[in-house]
Design a protein around this ligand. Structure first.
Ligand code: SF4
Length: 322
């Protein structure tokens, strides 16, 4: 591991300058450090400077009649133990609780969970100089691709690893980013990028910017939400497939529904669920909807099981809220 400078800014305004790259100098943001330490140990990154943002005042959960604001360094455990989040923004609480282990959730932050890098083992493996690292080949195409994307892939077939991201999109969250020109706010649905849009980064956050806050508007009365995650291991694991669902039913009729899949595409996969709106939500209709969502899936050699699994996640997630 190379030697690096470690800085603890106490003023947010100083962060973009500290992150600005000069020639070969590389600076990276450190929040909880959960993913970052893995990247350092795997020699995936060799920064000259770590900019620790935990000294900034970004660990908070603030409820209001408009919704909830969460600072970027709010831990996943903070979210899970907040009663109002559990009650009103249930999908987020369930997603946060599904992440890794209690020890990791006590340190891992919501901002870091959104910005973590992909888990593709070729990407994490030092010996594979794949497309995403500037090479000429995606090793997953002909290699071990059980955990890779079945939708939205190409030329790189990573899956997005965050559990909280699908929940935030289903709940219409927005994400605040601070950079050299001040603040900008991006809908969570527009925060993530496909490899065909940008092969080298997974979010719209530039290297001299930092995520500062997440806002979720208060759902309309009667809205329920949930996050279902299917893991290979019963203990801590990433999702093979997951579904975040938010649903509002009035008088037995679906008024609004959001379905966002995790674990199956390079970014959280937002389904067009408009066919269910105005309908009585029956199992038959949900199955038909799930089939439509997955109809263009293009599995690789070893991951066709994710298509069936995703349909099941959608069905169980929607029907659990009716
Ligand atoms: S899926 Fe992406 S990260 Fe993995 S080997 Fe292919 S190009 Fe590299």
């Amino acid at each position: 591991m190379n030697a690096f400078e470690y800085v603890n800014p106490s003023n947010l305004q100083d962060v973009p300058q500290l992150l600005s790259q000069k020639r070969d100098r590389k600076s990276v943001v450190m929040a909880g450090g959960i993913d970052l330490l893995g990247e350092l140990k795997d020699n995936l990154i060799t920064p000259d400077r770590l900019v620790n943002i935990k000294a900034l005042d970004l660990r908070y959960i603030r409820h209001s009649k408009e919704g909830v604001r969460m600072g970027a360094t709010t831990t996943l455990s903070d979210l899970v133990s907040d009663e109002e989040i559990v009650k009103t923004y249930t999908a987020l609480a369930e997603a946060a609780e599904s992440v890794a282990s209690l020890q990791i959730r006590n340190v891992g932050t919501i901002g870091g969970n959104l910005c973590q890098r992909p888990r593709c083992w070729y990407f994490r493996g030092e010996e594979f100089h794949c497309l995403k690292k500037g090479g000429h080949k995606c090793f997953a195409v002909d290699g071990e691709n059980k955990y890779h994307a079945v939708m939205g892939g190409g030329p790189c077939h990573i899956v997005h690893p965050s559990d909280t991201a699908p929940a935030l999109i289903a709940l219409h969250a927005t994400i605040k980013i601070h950079g050299p020109n001040g603040e900008r706010t991006v809908p969570a649905a527009d925060f993530f990028l496909l490899p065909m849009e940008n092969l080298y980064q997974e979010t719209v956050v530039h290297s001299n910017e930092v995520v500062t806050e997440i806002f979720i508007p208060k759902p309309k009365a009667g809205t329920k939400s949930t996050y279902l995650k299917f893991k290979e291991k019963g203990s801590m694991d990433f999702a093979l497939a997951a579904a975040a669902v938010a649903l509002r039913v009035e008088g037995g009729v679906c008024k609004d529904v959001q379905v966002v899949l995790g674990g199956v595409a390079p970014k959280p996969w937002q389904a067009d669920a408009s066919a269910l709106v105005g309908q009585v939500v029956t199992e038959e209709r949900v199955v038909a909807f799930a089939n439509t969502v997955l109809k263009d899936a293009a599995p690789l050699r070893d991951n066709a099981f994710k298509v069936t699994l995703s349909k099941t996640m959608i069905k169980r997630g929607v029907l659990a809220l009716v």
